[in-house]
Design a binder for this molecule. Structure first.
Ligand code: KG4
Ligand code: ZN
Length: 352
């Protein structure tokens, strides 16, 4: 019997930029040969959000045994791996350094090329890991805990940012509203579950920037309006959750439609990042793509939230595009825009 990944180049991916420690072995033929993802919910729950130093310490403790487990499960030695890929930013600097220096040490010890991967690029290309037919260029809605962007993806390393958020990221808004409703952390999945039993029309909420000419996002005003509704105490939590999710959906759909008008050559609408795991939002984006006669591609939920398979896959994409590996002094970059040419947006908070 042929071994999984046999005859194909294998990349070992490492992710540690926020609160997931993840390791994966991915082949050039799109097989996720083995992977491990360890979340840190229990560690951060009491603090209501990710505590950077606690996150970095947990990555440091867990990463090496997880690498051993992934290689062991695959029955692969480090010297049978073609390259090591580690997230080098953007993200929480302590965690990024743990993953990147681990990747460097492995690459150095085994004489392998190192790919220092931009976490946003890993999200941006993730859909192509499970959808081989997805062709460039596509319009990407990248919605995570730290980012909310619309990007035209022309290929590995080729990104044109069309829009970003001028205040909070969509996932951040989900997490803050979930906290107001006492749902714990991380809040996105819990809020989605609560919203299923609620009336999306029950609580009148604003839709910031709806209809604005530029396709940018804003969620701060929506978040404040939800806080007032919670404090008023007159609405059922499920109705607040459903109304909030519906308002976010309206904003995402409207802003993405606006960006589609500015990217006439795109061949698909793609959503990625943790918030893309939300089934209600996916359904609304699918309908939008249908109205524009475009295919809609969303990675499976496990590939939307942070993972290392997307990091390994980004290295495969970069190699296939002829982009070089990185030197062993490649820096950890807490801030690292996908499109360095993009104009700064007035009011935009700088977030990792
Ligand atoms: O991509 P990701 O795992 O980490 C970052 O790079 O930020 O995204 C995490 C974010 C969190 O804000 C989390 O609440 C949100 O994604 N999220 C969701 C859902 N699952 C995760 N938001 C809404 N609905 C979900 N089902
Ligand atoms: Zn992410």
């Amino acid at each position: 019997m042929a071994e999984a990944g046999a005859g194909r180049a294998l990349v070992l991916g490492i992710e540690s930029s926020c609160d997931e420690t993840a390791v994966a072995l991915v082949s050039s033929a799109r097989e996720v040969v083995a992977q491990r993802i360890a979340g840190q919910e229990a560690l951060h729950a009491a603090h209501g959000g990710v505590v950077p130093e606690l996150a970095a310490r947990a990555h440091e403790e867990r990463l090496a045994p997880m690498i051993g487990a992934v290689l062991g499960e695959a029955g692969v030695g480090l010297r049978e791996v073609a390259a090591v890929a580690a997230t080098a930013g953007p993200g929480l600097i302590g965690g990024v350094m743990v993953g990147l220096v681990t990747g460097k040490a492995l690459a150095f010890a085994a004489g392998l090329p190192l790919h220092a991967i931009n976490h946003l690029e890993a999200h941006a290309l993730s859909a192509r890991l499970t959808a081989p037919g997805l062709a460039f260029p596509y319009l990407l809605l990248l919605v995570s805990g730290g980012h909310c962007q619309l990007v035209e993806v022309a290929g590995a390393g080729r990104y044109r940012r069309l829009a970003t958020t001028i205040d909070d990221a969509a996932g951040e808004a989900f997490d803050k509203v979930a906290k107001m409703l006492g749902l714990g952390f991380p809040g996105g999945p819990a809020l989605e579950r609560l919203a299923r039993g609620g009336d999306p029309g029950a609580v009148p909420l604003p839709r910031p920037l709806l209809g604005a000419a530029e396709p940018h996002f804003s969620f701060a005003g929506l978040k404040t309006a939800v806080l007032r509704a919670v404090e008023a105490g007159t609405h059922r939590p499920a109705d607040i959750a459903a109304s909030f999710q519906s308002a976010v959906g309206d904003c995402l759909v409207d802003r993405t439609a606006r960006a589609l008008g500015r990217a006439p050559g795109v061949r698909a609408l793609v959503v990625a990042g943790g918030v893309a795991a939300n089934a209600a939002l996916r359904a609304r984006l699918q309908a939008l793509a249908g109205r524009h006669s475009l295919p809609f591609v969303a990675p499976p939920a496990w590939l939307c939230t942070d993972n290392a398979a997307m990091v390994a896959w980004a290295a495969h994409e970069r190699m296939a595009a002829g982009l070089p590996a990185d030197p062993l002094d490649a820096p950890a970059r807490p801030r690292w825009p996908l499109d360095p040419e993009a104009e700064p947006v007035r009011g935009a908070g700088v977030k990792a």
